[in-house]
Design a protein around this ligand. Structure first.
Ligand code: FRU
Length: 532
């Protein structure tokens, strides 16, 4: 029934014996992140220069994000003893601007109930939990306790929901004495990733968690006593759902509010493997009713999973901000990075847009990201008929391209952007007008293949070429490309690992002329260089 864990456990068995010895049921397992082989300069091959990565070792989902007293907190699934998945802790980092990050000590360690799987955190401003005071509100994290011993013994109730709280803004965490707060009485094997939101009209907290092929909703006046209220799923769906998130959102340009339910899907996403999806609808404090016809994809690429949002972003800011894990369970544990594995996507702002037919979520890098721009190379209008190398003051593996395509004048049947190095390795982003599609081809991005799934298929997403202009924004870091079409109407995230960094960007057109109005390439600064 569970497609994910057997595979991960096989890989886990190949990891150092220490993992098996540590297990997950030790009280406050003493672990250390010091690893003599780790280069801490953040300059290793494939090391992202402006995406969040842990200094060393394994990271997956973003967890427990909240804003408090001028700082955005980011926690994450972390295994401090290896570069592959193992007994999970919550790593911790903070930022004042969502661009530069400071690493903090591990926030949550495995304990006698289990290790610490994904979840969220809320600032309990009115001290409903009575775990702090109104003057000094507690921050309450909700997470899944995963008990490996129970899993091995096939008990089926080895995942339970627990809480921990912090009374100092997020440095020290205290596990709640009556954990778990939601035991797994129905014995559901996949029962995890609790995320909480405040529901204003019923004055209750709502917790959403993934229960195999659906989500379950619970409500509580105080974050400690939870009552089951409803299920939400798609009839006949048998895929594994993970990392849900539920929140209200204002529709752009109106006073209308809708509820958004984000769900990550572990298998059979549009480009295979894992991806993040969403539903939009109404929520009355008990039941979520989707209003869009089908589940939609927040990001069409292969590498934006477990995307969830920040809690407690100030009302005057008003943005819905989130971040995803920039990898895919198909190959996350075997990508050829050295001392660490995985990066997060850029933090993104979500926008809820209503068109004549329906609602949709758009996503864009947060505006703060622009502070990383260095020199800008501007290009006059261009007509590409074959291939043109872009030259200017930027490095191909750390840059941002902003192209405005004149679709009326463009006669090319396909056109696109190519990143390449002198070893004949490349990555293509190609737009096909006849097929109304964008393709991302990383099949030739590295000579030495490390995984079949990573290299075997060209990935695609639907693109509407019906307008007069189309904006293409590409953000390239050492090992990733994030593509945003028309202000985030479509977003597509893909990772890659060339043997040598890509050093050339070119534009190409096939079967006619690709007409581009203004375009710019920004060089981007590293967020790590001076810090280590
Ligand atoms: C999603 C996930 C979660 C789980 C965590 C374990 O990537 O499988 O469902 O809590 O990873 O690390």
């Amino acid at each position: 029934m569970n497609q994910s864990y057997p595979l991960r456990i096989v890989i886990l068995m190949l990891t150092p014996i220490i993992i098996l010895l540590l297990g997950c049921n030790n009280d406050q397992v003493e672990t250390t992140t010091t690893n003599p082989t780790v280069q801490s300069e953040y300059q290793e091959i494939h090391r992202p220069q402006f995406h969040f990565t842990p200094k060393a070792n394994w990271m997956n989902d973003p967890n427990g994000m909240y804003y408090y007293e001028g700082k955005y907190h980011l926690f994450y699934q972390y295994f401090p003893d290896s570069t592959v998945w193992g007994p999970m802790h919550w790593g911790h980092a903070e930022s004042t601007d969502l661009v530069n990050w400071d690493h903090l000590p591990i926030a949550l360690y495995p304990d006698s109930i289990g290790c610490i799987f994904s979840g969220g955190a809320v600032v309990d401003v009115n001290n409903t939990s009575k775990l702090g005071t109104t003057e000094n509100p507690p921050i309450v994290a909700t997470f899944t306790h995963h008990d490996f011993k129970g899993e091995k013994a096939k008990s089926n109730d080895f995942q339970k929901q627990s809480i921990a709280y912090s009374l100092d803004g997020g440095s020290e965490w205290i596990k709640y004495k009556n954990n778990p707060v939601i035991p797994n009485s129905e014995k559901i094997k996949d029962f995890r990733d609790p995320k909480v939101v405040w529901h204003e009209s019923t004055q209750k907290w709502i917790l959403v968690l993934a229960a195999y092929d659906k989500v379950k909703l619970y409500s509580s006046p105080n974050l400690t006593d939870w009552e089951f209220v409803s299920d939400f799923g798609i009839e006949g769906d048998t895929r594994l759902w993970e990392c849900p998130d539920l929140f209200p959102m204002k529709v752009e340009g109106t006073d209308e509010y809708k509820w958004v339910l984000i769900v990550s899907i572990q298998k059979d996403a549009p480009n295979e493997g894992t991806a993040t999806s969403y539903f939009i609808g109404d929520f009355d404090g008990k039941e979520f009713k989707s209003e869009i016809e089908s589940q939609e994809w927040l990001d069409w690429g292969t590498d934006n999973y477990a995307f969830v949002t920040w809690n407690n972003v100030p009302k005057e800011d008003g943005r819905i901000l989130g971040i995803g894990w920039m990898s895919n369970w198909q190959y996350a544990q075997i990508v050829p990075t050295t001392s660490w594995r995985s990066a997060m996507t850029l933090p993104r702002e979500l926008k809820l847009v209503k068109s004549e037919e329906s609602y949709s979520l758009h996503s864009l890098p947060v505006s703060e990201f622009q502070t990383l721009r260095g020199k800008t190379t501007a290009f006059d209008a261009m007509n590409i008929t074959d291939e043109k190398v872009l030259e200017g003051t930027f490095s191909a593996s750390q840059s941002e391209l902003d192209l405005t395509v004149d679709l009326k004048k463009t006669t090319a049947s396909s056109f696109g952007i190519k990143l390449q190095n002198g070893l004949g390795e490349n990555l293509l982003v190609k737009f096909d007008k006849n097929e109304s599609k964008m393709y991302v081809d990383r099949t030739n991005s590295r000579k030495e293949k490390f995984s079949d799934e990573f290299f075997q298929n060209v990935h695609s997403a639907p693109v509407d070429f019906g307008e007069e202009k189309m904006n293409i924004r590409l953000i390239i870091d050492a090992a990733s490309i994030e593509i945003f079409i028309n202000e985030g109407e479509l977003s597509f995230t893909s990772i890659f690992f060339p043997t040598k960094d890509f050093d050339t960007i070119s534009l190409f057109a096939e079967g006619g002329v690709w007409s581009i109005d203004d375009s710019k390439v920004h060089s981007l600064n590293s967020i790590w260089k001076e810090k280590n």
